[in-house]
Design a protein around this ligand. Structure first.
Ligand code: RB5
Length: 160
């Protein structure tokens, strides 16, 4: 798979560690969306870039890192069709894929150490959605599309 990876300056060190880990210990390819240094960068922009790449199928899955894993998840989840889950343990990482079909996991560099984070990413990449909870994921997708439809209606209305 192609894995989009990114994060803010708080996540930079862990992002670099996870990038190296995926490249050297798995068969997956990494696309790095930054940050490319520990210079301050706001987390929403990077999260949006990874979410967009997933949404446009330029990458298969994403891994986002900030201080807590929360901001990047909240930002990525604003993207239509994106399910980003904050995971700091291997069971949640597996279930994010198997139960929720989450295309992105997020981690917090202030929450988890590098070795445990590698295990979490490995657990996430080692499993594949098989449609077991399709009905529940469909309910989320359907509800989201209702809001999108309304937004389009609102936009159309305000443009008249
Ligand atoms: C770090 O404390 C934090 O502000 C940022 O990296 C991110 O975790 C926000 O949710």
């Amino acid at each position: 798979m192609k894995i989009g990876i990114g994060g803010d300056h708080h996540g930079y060190g862990l992002k670099e560690t996870l990038k190296k880990f995926i490249e050297e210990s798995t068969d997956h390819e990494v696309v790095d969306f930054g940050a490319h240094s520990s210079d301050a960068v706001d987390y929403p922009g990077v999260a949006f870039e990874v979410a967009e790449a997933v949404s446009e199928k330029k990458v298969d899955r994403g891994v986002l890192v900030c201080g807590t894993g929360l901001g990047v998840a909240i930002a990525a989840n604003k993207y239509p069709g994106i399910r980003a889950a904050t995971t700091h343990d291997t069971y949640s990482a597996e279930r994010a894929q198997l139960s929720n079909n989450a295309q992105i996991i997020t981690l917090g560099a202030q929450i988890i150490g590098p070795e445990a984070a590698k295990k979490v990413v490995e657990a996430y990449l080692n499993v594949e959605w098989s449609g077991g909870s399709q009905r529940k994921v469909d309910q989320i997708v359907d509800r989201e599309s209702q809001f999108l439809d309304q937004n389009f209606k609102d936009a159309a209305k305000s443009s008249c």
